[in-house]
Design a protein around this ligand. Structure first.
Ligand SMILES: CSC[C@H]1O[C@H](OP(=O)(O)O)[C@H](O)[C@@H]1O
Length: 348
């Protein structure tokens, strides 16, 4: 028997505004806010009201489609100049997830041959809608491929949230779990809470529980003990930027899980769309790692949990070398033992 899924969506295009699920309020409050300006979109990305590489790219694309409705320009050249400036502004919001830059570039390039302002406006809106629609189909394919790697009763660990709300729908690393419910496959998930922003406890636990998936929440420090005592069969994570050799940037803590997977001799999978690959960089050494505010670590909500004036280091991502990655699961197929050659083979 199959179950019909109804998963939460991160963002919706409403023509005169963007409807956004405010992920900072989850899991206690499910609230969709209205974004009316480019500044609203920039703020939403910077403050993680929307987060997750594909969801950031989709929201930024809709941000351009929203902003152009207020352009006071007379020529297509002026239009293109303003759109480029808006693109640069949104590109300054977060540095690591390549989907942001990929989506912005794709929208701006969509009007390269436009000869009128009206034509350009239509093309931008169409391209942004296309990006979201394609990502939903992409995530389903990733989930389908990922599911083929698991056995029916596997216990799988994950970190952060690479779920439906981090993408257009379904998610990447969480897609197999959602789809497993559609197919009555009883996978069990162990979700790391993912300090400091708690995307695991606040978002993944919430999302999987809503979907009816068997999910157990652990703290990040429990990962090794849980793998040993709970018989974890595999680890699957999302990605924010993958270099040409397969080195992968993902939420901080991911690299540690990859090392644990090696130590326990269990597979470590990365689930990511082609749009998360940055083939312009040779290795993970070139991936910019976002550092966020100290308050994310010294406070939990409004409660201070560290002494005043303490030094803090808050990298939001780390890079897992490709040698620790068993396979990268994409919509074009599974890249086993990721390398320059195996990536080219599957993606081209
Ligand atoms: C499907 S991409 C999800 C990816 O993005 C997360 O980072 P953030 O919550 O800071 O945007 C994390 O790295 C996830 O794996």
């Amino acid at each position: 028997m199959t179950h019909t899924l109804t998963l939460p969506r991160s963002v919706e295009w409403k023509e005169t505004f963007i409807s956004l699920l405010d992920q900072q309020l989850l899991p206690n409050t499910v609230e969709y806010i209205k974004l009316h300006t480019l500044q609203d979109v920039w703020d939403a990305i910077v403050t993680l009201k929307v987060r997750g590489a594909p969801a950031i790219g989709i929201t930024a694309a809709f941000g351009l489609a929203l902003s152009l409705q207020n352009y006071d320009v007379q020529t297509i050249e002026e239009f293109k100049k303003k759109l480029h400036a808006d693109k640069e502004f949104l590109a300054s919001s977060r540095p690591t997830a390549v989907n942001l830059f990929w989506a912005l570039e794709r929208v701006v390039n969509s009007i390269n041959n436009a000869i009128s302002i009206n034509e350009a406006k239509t093309l931008v809106i169409h391209e942004a809608i296309q990006i979201q629609a394609e990502d939903e189909a992409t995530c389903y394919r990733i989930g389908d491929y990922a599911l083929s790697l698991f056995n029916k009763h596997d216990r799988v660990m994950t970190i952060c949230n690479a779920g439906s709300i981090a993408t257009a729908y379904y998610g990447t690393a969480l897609a197999p779990f959602h789809i497993s419910k559609e197919r009555d496959i009883p996978l069990k998930v162990f979700a790391c809470e993912t300090r400091p922003v708690l995307q695991g406890s606040r978002l993944t636990a919430w999302e999987l529980q809503k979907s009816g998936v068997d999910v157990t929440l652990i703290t990040d420090s429990m990962a090794a003990h849980t793998i040993k005592t709970k018989g974890i069969n595999a680890i699957i994570v999302g990605a924010d930027r993958i270099a040409a050799n397969g080195d992968t940037a993902n939420k901080i803590g991911t690299y540690g899980l990859a090392l644990l997977a090696k130590a326990f001799n269990i597979p470590f999978y990365v689930a990511a769309p082609k749009s998360t690959f940055d083939l312009s960089i040779a290795s993970g050494a070139e991936i910019p790692i976002e550092e966020r505010s100290a308050k994310e670590i010294t406070h939990i909500g409004d409660v201070q949990v560290a002494p005043d004036n303490i030094s803090v280091y808050n990298p939001a991502f780390d890079v897992t070398p490709s040698e620790f990655i068993t396979a990268i699961i994409t919509e074009h197929g599974i890249i086993h033992s990721p390398s320059v050659d195996t990536i080219k083979l599957v993606l081209n």
